[in-house]
Write a protein that binds this ligand. Sequence first.
Ligand SMILES: Nc1ncnc2c1ncn2[C@@H]1O[C@H](COP(=O)(O)OP(=O)(O)O)[C@@H](O)[C@H]1O
Ligand SMILES: [Mg+2]
Length: 274
Amino acid sequence: MIQVATRRQESVAVKAATLDVAAVSLSFGGVQALEDVSFTVAPRSKCALIGPNGAGKTTLFNCINGLVQPQSGSIRLNSEELTRVRPHEVFSKGISRTFQGIALVRDMSVLENVMTGAAMSQRRGIVASGLAIPSCSAFERAIRSRALDILDELGLGHAARLMPGDLPFGTQKRVELARALMADPTFLMLDEPANGLTSEEVEELGRVLERIWEQHDLTLLLVEHHMGLVMSVSNDIVVLDAGKVIAHADPASVRNNPDVIAAYLGRRRSGAPE
Ligand SMILES: Nc1ncnc2c1ncn2[C@@H]1O[C@H](COP(=O)(O)OP(=O)(O)O)[C@@H](O)[C@H]1O
Ligand SMILES: [Mg+2]
């Protein structure tokens, strides 16, 4: 029987991911979206990236993913340079991402959507090292079995054969998380995962994030406006304002930081956190 090996089953332990962002700058015409941004996300931390609208959070996410190239600076995952690396190569180094809004394929079942998360995950023998796999159908069975395990783990086993549109919004967001986990990432980036969720769904999301962080040896980077989720999940916060890092500290210190309070108060009409 074909096994889909996970990192934890491999004999060589995979190092928890460290992300180093060093002196990253990027402007769009006259808009300085990122200016000399530097910070480190320590291995196994749960880091939140926050800041008022227009602060540069999405631009930085896109730089890390290789969707946008910074004009200067460096971004490294475990010392490996990510700038000038294409998005699928960034993905193959162990970085997975979920997107703001729902990015599921509507005419594929939940199970099929999750299976697509393995499409490029030849990394680290997840797919039982292509050469050892005797046939396509065995390969597909292995992927399917791993997808079902992840769905079960996220409490979504019952939804495997449903279509995404049959599920509540919050459940669809969890399906996206399941898909991101199919690639067996070491570094997981979440783009406003609480956006559009009810307060019960946000609480459930917090518990799910805690669980997957624990069970998948992840380093998390979370862009989020929902301060309740940020404060309950993260142990480290980077605050961007107008393209610059204005604070990087633990949640309690950030909450009381006068520069952070001023940055949010100054933009209360244009996107202060909830
Ligand atoms: N493709 C782009 N072209 C021009 N300006 C952009 C582009 N993307 C982002 N910006 C500008 O860069 C700044 C940072 O945007 P963004 O990273 O989306 O902020 P955030 O995600 O923190 O709300 C904003 O002033 C935004 O208008
Ligand atoms: Mg944004």
